[in-house]
Design a binder for this molecule. Structure first.
Ligand code: GLC
Ligand code: CA
Length: 557
C-alpha cells in the first residue's frame, strides 16, 4: 500500500510534511564564517547548503539572526525585523531563503517573544516614565523595603528583578538583565508580535521555533517562592496566535517548553487544540540530577522517559526528538562515549533518535560526532549562563578548580564551538580568529574526513535520513518496548499495518547477549541499518550485541 497518497494514518493522525521531515539546527555564530571576522554569518550558511542537501535533511531551524547586542548570542533582540550586523543584511537573508527553497530546503526561524533586549525601542520607551505608552509592554513592580518584589531567581543566576533608577521600580527578567520579559497581559504586545510574525511569514518562511514559549503566561500572583507559568493564559495566547496568524500558512511550529509532561504537552500540541505542532520537553535533559552536577545519566531513566513520551502522546500529539542543541552538552559526550567508542556510540544514539516516533532534530556537528570541549580555564567560557553561574558559585565560596570540570560537562559552550569543516587552521570555519576557541580535536573530527570515509558518522546519518523518507513505519509506526528491565540495552519495535521495525541499542562498552522473546524472533527480518558489519539475524532465539551496537531490522508480514 502506498501510504504517501492517503491523508490519515494509524489511529487517525493526519499526515503532515513536518512529521516526515528531519530538521537540522544551525547556530549561525559558529557554523561558517565567510568574511574572516571570526563570526559565522548568513553567506557562510549559503556556502554550505549543498552540504546539508547532501546530508538529506529537509528543514533548517536557524537560531536568532535578528539585530541584537548579543548579551545572550541573539536571544536578546533589539529589532525583530532586521538582521544582526555580524551576520549580514536583510538582503543576504532573502538570498539565503531563496537558495534554500531552490534546493527544496525549508526554513524555520526562532521566535523569541517571552522577552526582548533591553536595547529594543519598546524597552527604551518603557523605562522612561510610568505613564509612557510602552510602560505596560514590560513587567514593572515596586520593591519591598529596598529589596526586589519577590525572591524569583533568573534562569541565569541571581535575582529575576532589576532595579531601574529612572522610575524607581524593578522590571522582571527570567533570563539576563538585558532580557526584560514582555508583558503578555497587554494585548498591544500580542499585536506587535503577530505583526512581526507576519512580516517573516510573508517573506516565505516555513515555520517558527518558539523560545521558552510557555513562560509567556505569567501567574496572577507574584507572592510565591518561585516563578510558575500560568499555562491557561499561554493556551489562550497561543490559540489567538494560531487563529490570527499561524492557521493562515502551511507552516510548522515547535515550542520550547520547560517543565511539561506528556499530559501538559498534549494541551499545547494535540491536533484539535489548534496551538502548536510539537514541543521540546526537558524531562530527559533534566533527569538524574540535571545541570551543574557530576552525575552521569542512567539508562533506566532515559528509557523510562523516552518510552513514556513515545506511548503517552498516544496519537493525540506529535513528538520532537533531540539529544542536544545549542543549550546542551554534546550528545556523544553525554550519552555515549567520546573516547574509544565515539564513532560507534554516536551512530547508536543517532539510530535511536531516527527510529523513534516523532520528528528528529540534528544539531550542527552532531552528524560528524563533535564532542564536548576540554577548556583549561574558566576564562575560556563565553556563555552568559555559565559566566553568571561561575560568578554566583565563586561568591558562595566554591573554587575555580572545583567549577572547571563541572563547566566542562555542562556549559552551553560545549555545543557552541565552531563547526569543524576540515583539518586546516581553525577547521576551515574562519580565516580570522574564531570568536570562541575551537575544539582542539578538529584535526581528527571534521566534515572532510567524514565525507571521505564510507563508514563515517556522516554517511550513517545520511542513510538514516534516507530510510525515514523511504519507510512510513519509521515515521508513523506505533512504539512498543521490550527488555524494559535491562540496564544495558534499549529495545523496541515500531509497527504500522503489516510493517515492523525491531531496534536493538547497546548503551554499554560490553558485549551483551540476549535471549529473544518469541515475538521478536523472525525468519523474514532483514537488517536495514547497523553500525557493525557483522550482523546477527533474528532466526535463532539469541543475539549478541557488540559494544554500542545499534541494529535495526525490518519485516513485512
Ligand atoms: C532558550 C534558548 C536559550 C536562551 C534562552 C533565553 O532557552 O534556547 O539559548 O538563552 O531561551 O532566550
Ligand atoms: Ca563573519
Amino acid at each position: 500500500m502506498d501510504l504517501r497518497n492517503i491523508t490519515k494514518i494509524g489511529d487517525g493522525m493526519a499526515k503532515k510534511w513536518w512529521k516526515e521531515s528531519v530538521i537540522y539546527q544551525i547556530y549561525p555564530r559558529s557554523f561558517m564564517d565567510s568574511n574572516g571576522d571570526g563570526i559565522g554569518d548568513l553567506n557562510g550558511i549559503i556556502s554550505k547548503l549543498d552540504y546539508l542537501k547532501d546530508l538529506g535533511v529537509n528543514v533548517i531551524w536557524l537560531c536568532p539572526v535578528y539585530k541584537s547586542p548579543n548579551d545572550d548570542n541573539g536571544y536578546d533582540i533589539s529589532d525583530y525585523r532586521d538582521i544582526m550586523d555580524e551576520f549580514g543584511t536583510l538582503k543576504d537573508w532573502e538570498q539565503l531563503l531563496e537558495e534554500m527553497h531552490k534546493r527544496g530546503l525549508k526554513l524555520i526561524m526562532d521566535l523569541v517573544v517571552n522577552h526582548s533586549s533591553d536595547e529594543h525601542k519598546w524597552f527604551n520607551e518603557s523605562k522612561k516614565s510610568k505613564d509612557n505608552p510602552y510602560r505596560d509592554y514590560y513587567i514593572w513592580r515596586d520593591g519591598k523595603e529596598g529589596n526586589p518584589p519577590n525572591n524569583w531567581q533568573s534562569c541565569f543566576s541571581f535575582s529575576a528583578w532589576q532595579y531601574d533608577e529612572t522610575t524607581g521600580q524593578y522590571y522582571l527578567h527570567l533570563f539576563s538583565k538585558k532580557q526584560p520579559d514582555l508583558n503578555w497581559a497587554n494585548s498591544k504586545v500580542h499585536d506587535e508580535v503577530f505583526a512581526l510574525m507576519k512580516f517573516w511569514l510573508d517573506k516565505g518562511i516555513d515555520g517558527f521555533r518558539m523560545d521558552v514559549i510557555n513562560a509567556i503566561g505569567k501567574p496572577d500572583s507574584f507572592d510565591t517562592e518561585w516563578f510558575t507559568p500560568d499555562d491557561q493564559k499561554t493556551h489562550r495566547y497561543l490559540q489567538e496566535m494560531n487563529q490570527k496568524i499561524l492557521s493562515h500558512y502551511d507552516i510548522m511550529t515547535v515550542g520550547e517548553t520547560g517543565g511539561v509532561t506528556p499530559e501538559t504537552a498534549s494541551l499545547f500540541t494535540a491536533e484539535d487544540r489548534n496551538e502548536l505542532n510539537m514541543v521540546f520537553h526537558f524531562e530527559l535533559m533534566d533527569a538524574d540530577g540535571g545541570k551543574w552536577t557530576c552525575n552521569r545519566f542512567k539508562l533506566m531513566s532515559l528509557k523510562k522517559i523516552l518510552s513514556k513520551w513515545q506511548t503517552q502522546l498516544d496519537n493525540k500529539a506529535w513528538n520532537s526528538l533531540y539529544l542536544n542543541n545549542h543549550d546542551q552538552p554534546r550528545m556523544v559526550s553525554r550519552y555515549g562515549d567520546d573516547g574509544e567508542y565515539r564513532v560507534q556510540s554516536a551512530k547508536m544514539l543517532a539510530t535511536m533518535l531516527h527510529t523513534m516516533h516523532g520528528t528528529p532534530y540534528i544539531y550542527q556537528g552532531e552528524e560528524i560526532g563533535m564532542t564536548n570541549v576540554p577548556f583549561t580555564s574558566l576564562n575560556d567560557f563565553k556563555d552568559i549562563e555559565t559566566l553568571n553561574w561561575v560568578k554566583e558559585s565563586l561568591a558562595k565560596g566554591k573554587t575555580a578548580e572545583e567549577l572547571l570540570p563541572i563547566a566542562n560537562l555542562w556549559s552551553r559552550d560545549n555545543a557552541r564551538t565552531p563547526m569543524q569543516w576540515n583539518d586546516t587552521e581553525n577547521a576551515g570555519f574562519t580565516t580570522g580568529t574564531p570568536w570562541i576557541q575551537m575544539n582542539p580535536n578538529y584535526r581528527e573530527i571534521n566534515v572532510r574526513n567524514d565525507l571521505k570515509k564510507s563508514d563515517s558518522i556522516f554517511h550513517y546519518y545520511q542513510k538514516l535520513i534516507q530510510l525515514r523518507h523511504q519507510y512510513d513505519v519509521i515515521v508513523y509506526g506505533d512504539f512498543h518496548e521490550y527488555f524494559n528491565d535491562s540496564e544495558e540495552i534499549y529495545c523496541y519495535t515500531r509497527t504500522l499495518e503489516h510493517q515492523r521495525l525491531i531496534v536493538f541499542l547497546n548503551f554499554t562498552a560490553n558485549t551483551v547477549d540476549l535471549i529473544l522473546p518469541k515475538e521478536l524472533s523472525s525468519k523474514k527480518a532483514v537488517v536495514l541499518i547497523s553500525n557493525y558489519v557483522e550482523k546477527n539475524d533474528l532466526k535463532s532465539a539469541q543475539i549478541s550485541l557488540q559494544p554500542y551496537e545499534a541494529v535495526v531490522y525490518f519485516e513485512e508480514q
